[in-house]
Design a protein around this ligand. Structure first.
Ligand code: AMP
Length: 315
């Protein structure tokens, strides 16, 4: 496995693979890799001839006072994980090479989508994401780009972006990988003390409780509101957990949904736990028969979480 730093070098390499009809799979990350990232690399390895992982802590997606400076960085440990997962290349550029004409020189934005949910609490965050992603995709030119459902809003926005820019790349959303307690794996979990992890686990419990209530109640419209209350009450009871949002939204528009009808949705939440901001969601599909299909994520070995698995919900 090789580590490349220069965008020009990366681009030449990628083009060489296309010339010989090798499919390129790309996993964009900010490093501090964990089993969640690993699942994306494995999915890429399964589908593609060549696997490229980028490790780039993108400064433009961090707001003033956020954790850009303290964000965990360990390229040696990351390289080991990539090697074990049989990635072929790490693209690890410098900020000055990605933003050679300055971080304020180009802005790609979705004015509406970028202000909803997380965007309300992290102004400018999605502008940073939608500005850096086309740069990375033009450099790496992947056939497939593997991204986590854990960052649900990001995934939705990037799928739209790739389509709007007529990019020849398929974005593949991969299930959220969770600790056995249900906590979604995240590089930011490293900031949490043990007692805080117990509190953070409640996000999963709240999401599961929403689904539980919805499934128990059936298709009465007011039940979405009730199920939201059931979930958010769990979070409200936890000392030291501040809820930023807890909502059931449409996966196309990100608008709140209160009417039970067939469609593709997401139950999602964001909390701040002792200064650390954590997000999580389940995707929810309601079919034309009113049946609810939920992707709650998987554990490290790839086994799905399911409602009714009480040992997981009690943690
Ligand atoms: P990050 O390094 O946090 O920017 O994440 C890089 C990619 O990994 C994004 O597509 C994330 O959605 C994905 N990712 C992060 N955590 C998880 C997780 N627990 N399960 C699956 N994918 C994840």
């Amino acid at each position: 496995m090789k580590i490349l730093k220069k965008p020009s070098e990366m681009k030449v390499l990628s083009e060489s693979f296309h010339k010989i009809n090798k499919s390129v799979g790309f996993v964009p990350t900010m490093g501090s890799l964990h089993a969640g990232h690993l699942s994306l690399i494995k999915a890429a390895r399964k589908k593609c001839d060549v696997v490229i992982v980028s490790i780039f802590v993108n400064p433009t997606q961090f707001g003033v006072g956020e954790d850009l400076d303290k964000y965990p960085r360990d390229i040696q440990a990351d390289a080991k994980i990539c090697e074990q997962a049989r990635a072929d290349y790490i693209f690890n550029p410098e900020s000055k090479d990605i933003y050679s004409s300055g971080v304020d020189s180009l802005l790609i934005t979705y004015p509406e989508l970028s202000k909803k949910l997380c965007g309300k609490f992290r102004p400018g965050h999605f502008d940073g994401v939608t500005t850096v992603m086309p740069k990375l995709l033009y450099i790496v030119e992947p056939d497939y780009c593997f991204m986590g459902k854990k960052d649900g809003q990001q995934l939705i926005i990037i799928k739209k972006l790739v389509s709007d820019l007529f990019m020849d790349c398929e974005i593949i959303g991969c299930s959220t990988v969770r600790e056995s307690s249900g906590l979604a794996m995240s590089s930011r979990n490293l900031y949490l003390a043990e007692s805080e992890i117990v509190k953070a686990n409640k996000i999963f419990v709240a999401l599961a409780s929403f689904i539980d209530s919805l499934q128990a109640a059936g298709d009465e419209s007011q039940n979405i509101e009730e199920a939201l209350n059931a979930g958010s009450n769990i979070l409200r009871k936890v000392d030291g957990l501040d809820i930023q949002y807890f909502d059931f939204v449409d996966r196309e528009t990100l608008n709140p949904v209160r009417k039970f009808k067939s469609g593709t949705y997401m139950i999602c939440g964001a909390v701040v736990c002792s200064g650390t901001r954590l997000i999580d969601n389940f995707t929810v599909d309601i079919d034309s028969d009113g049946l609810i299909h939920v992707d709650m994520g998987v554990d490290e070995s790839g086994l799905s979480f399911n409602i009714g698995n009480e040992s997981r919900l009690q943690s």
